[in-house]
Design a protein around this ligand. Structure first.
Ligand SMILES: [Zn+2]
Ligand SMILES: [Zn+2]
Ligand SMILES: [Zn+2]
Length: 333
């Protein structure tokens, strides 16, 4: 209980992943009504946390989804004789609701629940109502399935052409870099998708395309990876593209030694100027374009971003690899 309470209050005592995955897999095949109610209430209370992005492995979501799908057929057709206010209030306090769920699972917990019972606490039997539980299970399943898609699914970025390309087909670099610069926190969806869009633009241009046209989106993609939290679905697609960058260009392709643009630059200013020197003033610490475009510089930038993604998603990569070996565990929807 303490573990889950800490997680839902955002002060985890234990790795939330293992706690949630353990709880998700903890429903026996023939549960008592109390155990089943406790399970559904606990999964419901945990589902918003599970889809918040703090969990980086889809196995947790898959276990929760699988568990709830398994219990759903045991919960009747969703009708009961209760009035709406005879079903417990569950929406406001995830940790409190989870604690209710844990108590429901054992006779001692149910006795404890009954002892606390006062006007605003409905008796245990109301918590056991299958129609009430079905509502919770369906809500949680909806959240979990949608969250799985948002966090681990692929994103369509084609619509962003209209946003980031000008009528002449060139990038509207000023607005693209401003969007990134102004939103570089947490898991800003626009920046995640701008990074993916830029990576895909790099990939779509042929190797003999104008080096500036091709390189600037690549650098934008690596920049986005560094500054916002990427969900796995987006990071994986960016990484696939970055992996196509020549990781080990020959020495004779580079005359810069260590004089490549450093990471601590104001990338907004530098990339604006590099891409559209006629429109954007030269930054004080400007580097020559060929240092930005140098294959060794690009190899370094791509490698940093790839390492960042690898490190963050080590567990999910492992899980995804297991999934490929064993099609049984791949979610069927
Ligand atoms: Zn009911
Ligand atoms: Zn170089
Ligand atoms: Zn210049």
């Amino acid at each position: 209980i303490k573990d889950l309470d800490g997680i839902l209050n955002d002060y985890p005592y234990a790795d939330p992943r293992w706690t949630l995955e353990y709880l998700a897999g903890s429903l026996p095949s023939h549960p008592t009504r109390g155990v089943r109610a406790g399970y559904v209430v606990t999964m419901y209370a945990s589902c918003w946390y599970a889809v918040s992005g703090r969990i980086r492995t889809s196995s947790v979501l898959d276990s929760m989804i699988e568990g709830l799908e398994g219990v759903l057929p045991q919960l009747g057709d969703g009708t009961c004789a209760h009035a709406p206010d005879e079903h417990p209030e569950t929406g406001f306090d995830a940790a409190g609701t989870a604690a209710d769920g844990i108590r429901l699972r054992s006779p001692g917990g149910r006795a404890c629940h009954a002892a606390w019972h006062d006007e605003d606490r409905l008796p245990v039997r109301n918590w056991l109502c299958p129609a009430f539980l079905r509502g919770l299970a369906e809500t949680a399943l909806g959240e979990l399935r949608q969250g799985r898609e948002t966090l681990f699914g692929s994103r369509d970025t084609a619509r962003l052409d209209a946003e980031f390309l000008r009528p002449d087909g060139r990038i509207d670099i000023g607005s693209l870099t401003a969007l990134i610069e102004d939103n570089q926190f947490d898991e800003h969806r626009d920046v995640q998708e701008a990074g993916l869009w830029a990576a895909r633009r790099y990939a779509a241009l042929a190797a003999d395309a104008d080096p500036v046209e091709r390189t600037v989106p690549l650098l934008i993609a690596t920049w986005c990876v560094e500054i916002v939290e990427m969900p796995y679905g987006v990071a994986k697609d960016i990484r696939d593209i970055l992996s196509t960058v020549d990781a080990d260009p020959t020495e004779d392709q580079c005359a810069h030694g260590d004089a490549h643009p450093t990471e601590n630059r104001d990338l907004q200013q530098h990339l604006n100027h590099l891409y559209a020197p006629a429109e954007f003033a030269e930054p004080a610490d400007v580097s020559a374009p060929d240092a930005w475009l140098c294959p060794r510089h690009l190899a370094i930038a791509a490698r940093h971003a790839i390492e960042e993604i690898n490190e963050k998603f080590e567990d999910e990569d492992e899980y995804a690899a297991e999934d490929e070996d064993d099609p049984e565990t791949t979610s069927a929807d």
